[in-house]
Ligand binder design. Sequence first.
Ligand SMILES: Nc1ncnc2c1ncn2[C@@H]1O[C@H](COP(=O)(O)OP(=O)(O)OP(=O)(O)O)[C@@H](O)[C@H]1O
Ligand SMILES: [Mg+2]
Length: 398
Amino acid sequence: MALIPRLRALKNSKVLSQGYLPDKLWFLDEQKRDLGIYLGYILNDNVPPHILIIGPRGTGKTTLMTIFRAELLKTIKKNDLNVKVGYTHAPQTAFSAFAQFTNDVGVDLPTQGVGYDIAIARYEKACADSISIFIIDEIDQIKDINDLLIQLTKRNELNSKVKGYCIIGITNKQRIMSSIDQRNLSAFNHRIINTHEYDATQTYKILSDRVDHAFHKNVVDKGVLEKISGHAARRKGDCRFGLDVLLQAAELSEKYQSDKITIKITDEAIGVVEFKFIYDNIARKTLTQKYLLLKIAINNDIHRPLLFQWYSRVLGNDALSSRRINEYINELIEDQFIERYYVRIPTGKESWLHLFELEPYHVIISIATDSFLSLYGGSLPDEDLDKIQEVKQKFKSY
Ligand SMILES: Nc1ncnc2c1ncn2[C@@H]1O[C@H](COP(=O)(O)OP(=O)(O)OP(=O)(O)O)[C@@H](O)[C@H]1O
Ligand SMILES: [Mg+2]
């Protein structure tokens, strides 16, 4: 028996990990400038406007804000400004968001047993006359977002003890606006900063910059980065996906005792990351969404109205309204699980749906929908049950 020394393809794995702050944020100059202008208000003792940072997954929103948050804290300290900065990530309720950022600012609030009025009064007493900047990453996770906006935006108009609130929301849901009430929107009066999809050339640039810092020289074979960038670009330039693949490839190269990251290893890494990515994402979807995905997967392509019909036939009285179903479908399209396309017919056009990518989706959908099947399987038509078995059989090897 012998001990095998670790192969050191990686010089610094941290460079590829979540939370690492890169030396350079590429292609975000405009966004940096806008954020710099808005947050620069504090230098004149003015309250910055509310801001929403919106853009597809993995396009640098959190990283951009993390860098600015550090900059804010440095400036506040240096100039001794009465500005408080609180950060919260993916809070589930408006109240927990408020409790988390007051906590981050250093004001402890009981998590239960107090209402907004008391909580806000305590915060304002502790932070009187301050400009209060609240950063809410993944703001779309808050179920009662309107409550938070009502509470905080109205404080800016009322005689509050703080100088003013600035909310910075971050989200990858383009349709976030539709969940905010119209009357809140006008009080919110926010600025929007968009991050955009990166194309394959841009993703290549961002990833190659990281590869230079993460791997030893000449470890990554020719063509590997092009391949990963292409995949990331197809996911609207999701750089996190690309970085995860690189990290996975490094692990596999150790496992295979390879001193290179080859195309073959990369293909395997892409498969592993894709599988995990899809699995995690489907697990977080509602039962109805899993069900809709299941039906689309087993049909390959489906005419949208047929999906509704089928859904209400199987679920009967449990079926949700068609408006709700439409929202769910739109979210699945935005999350790139499914694609919508139009078919021309003599009287106009028809809306059809199909899965964004086929292979791993099929198997995961069948796994993820087991819970659905145990509830509603009995009401599925035989032909669908047969198809599900067929799909599962086909991808059994995964
Ligand atoms: N323009 C860029 N330059 C350098 N690195 C980038 C850039 N854009 C994204 N990245 C890197 O990609 C990874 C994902 O970025 P980040 O977490 O900021 O994305 P996000 O937009 O917040 O995604 P999500 O919507 O999923 O939260 C990070 O490691 C980040 O450093
Ligand atoms: Mg983020």
